[in-house]
Design a protein around this ligand. Structure first.
Ligand SMILES: [Fe+2]
Length: 281
C-alpha cells in the first residue's frame, strides 16, 4: 500500500475516505491525529482494502477509546468487543430490521457510544450500502427561533421502540418487553446535543429509538419529532458508502445517523466495534 496519505471527501455534507494508511500496523501518533482530525471534520471516515483479522481490528479500535460489549447482542467467539452483524442467506432478514431505520447507535443507553467501527467481512454482489447523515449540518439549517425552542427540550429514548406491536402482543411479548425494559430502562437526552470536542450543536433524536419529547403532549411530540426526522433525512445532509470486502467505516455516533439499505439478496456479514462515549449535554 502506498504511503502517500490522501483525504478524499465524499459529499459536501459529510464523509471522507482516508487513503495511504495500513491499519494492520501499529497506529503512529501522526496517523492517529490525522484520523481523529478527519473524523471531527467529516464525521465519518472510510478505509479500503484493509485485510485485517479480528485481533488487529480490536487493536485498531482501542486507539480511540474503551471498547464496549453490547448488553444484548451476541458477540464474535473469543472477541467480546466485536458484534457480528450477519444477514439472512437471501437478504437483510429480521435481524437487520433496526438498521433499516435512520438512527445513531444505542441512544437508548445512558451513555451512548462515541463511535463505531464497521468492517465488511462479506458483502452482497450488489446493494447493501450504508447511508450517513450529518445532524450538525441539519441543525445549522434550522431557523434561530426553532433552535431556541428545541434547545430547552429533552427526549426519551428506549430500546422498546424497536419492538413491533405484533411482537409486544405475542405470547412471549410482554415478558420479553419487561426483560428489555429492566435491562435497559428508558433514558433522557437533550434534543440538541453539543459535540464534546468540536463544540458544534446537532439534532439528537432518531426515528429508531426516540419515544417522545418530555413535557409535550403526544400530538405535539409526534409532530415535532416527525418534522425533525423529515428535516434530518434531507439528501442534502447525506453521503452513501458503497462497501467492498475489507472496507472499514468509522463514524462519530454523536453527530451522525446511519441507515443500512436493505436492497440485496444474499449474505452480508459485518464486524462492529463500539467505542465508549460520554453523557450527552
Ligand atoms: Fe447502527
Amino acid at each position: 500500500m502506498s504511503n502517500k496519505i490522501h483525504i478524499k471527501p465524499y459529499t459536501g455534507a459529510l464523509g471522507a475516505e482516508i487513503l495511504g494508511i495500513d491499519l494492520s500496523k501499529k497506529l503512529s501518533k501522526n496517523h492517529f491525529n490525522l484520523i481523529t482530525n478527519t473524523l471531527n471534520e467529516y464525521h465519518v471516515v472510510f478505509f479500503r482494502k484493509q485485510d485485517i483479522n479480528p485481533s488487529q481490528l480490536v487493536k485498531f479500535g482501542q486507539n480511540f477509546g474503551t471498547l464496549e460489549e453490547h448488553p444484548l447482542i451476541p458477540t464474535l467467539k473469543d472477541f467480546p468487543e466485536i458484534i457480528e452483524l450477519k444477514s439472512a442467506d437471501d437478504g437483510p432478514g429480521p435481524y437487520a430490521r433496526n438498521s433499516r431505520i435512520w438512527h445513531s447507535d444505542m441512544t437508548y443507553t445512558k451513555i451512548p457510544p462515541m463511535g463505531a467501527i464497521l468492517k465488511a467481512v462479506s458483502i452482497p454482489e450488489s446493494g447493501g450500502n450504508t447511508m450517513f447523515l450529518n445532524a450538525c449540518l441539519a441543525y445549522n439549517h434550522l431557523s434561530d427561533k426553532m433552535k431556541t425552542f428545541l434547545s430547552k427540550l429533552k427526549a426519551v429514548h428506549s430500546i422498546v421502540m424497536t419492538s413491533t406491536k405484533e411482537e409486544i402482543l405475542s405470547e412471549q411479548g410482554l415478558s420479553r418487553f419487561a426483560k428489555m425494559q429492566k435491562a435497559l430502562p428508558p433514558v433522557e437526552h437533550p434534543v440538541i446535543r453539543t459535540h464534546p470536542e468540536t463544540g458544534k450543536k446537532c439534532i439528537y433524536v432518531n426515528e429508531a429509538f426516540t419515544s417522545h419529547i418530555k413535557g409535550l403532549n403526544q400530538n405535539e411530540s409526534d409532530s415535532i419529532l416527525n418534522f425533525l426526522y423529515k428535516h434530518l433525512h434531507n439528501p442534502d445532509f447525506q453521503c452513501r458508502f458503497i462497501w467492498e470486502e475489507n472496507s472499514i467505516a468509522f463514524w462519530d455516533n454523536r453527530v451522525t445517523q446511519h441507515f443500512a439499505v436493505g436492497d440485496y439478496a444474499s449474505r452480508r456479514t459485518m464486524h462492529r466495534l463500539t467505542i465508549e462515549g460520554t453523557k450527552p449535554h
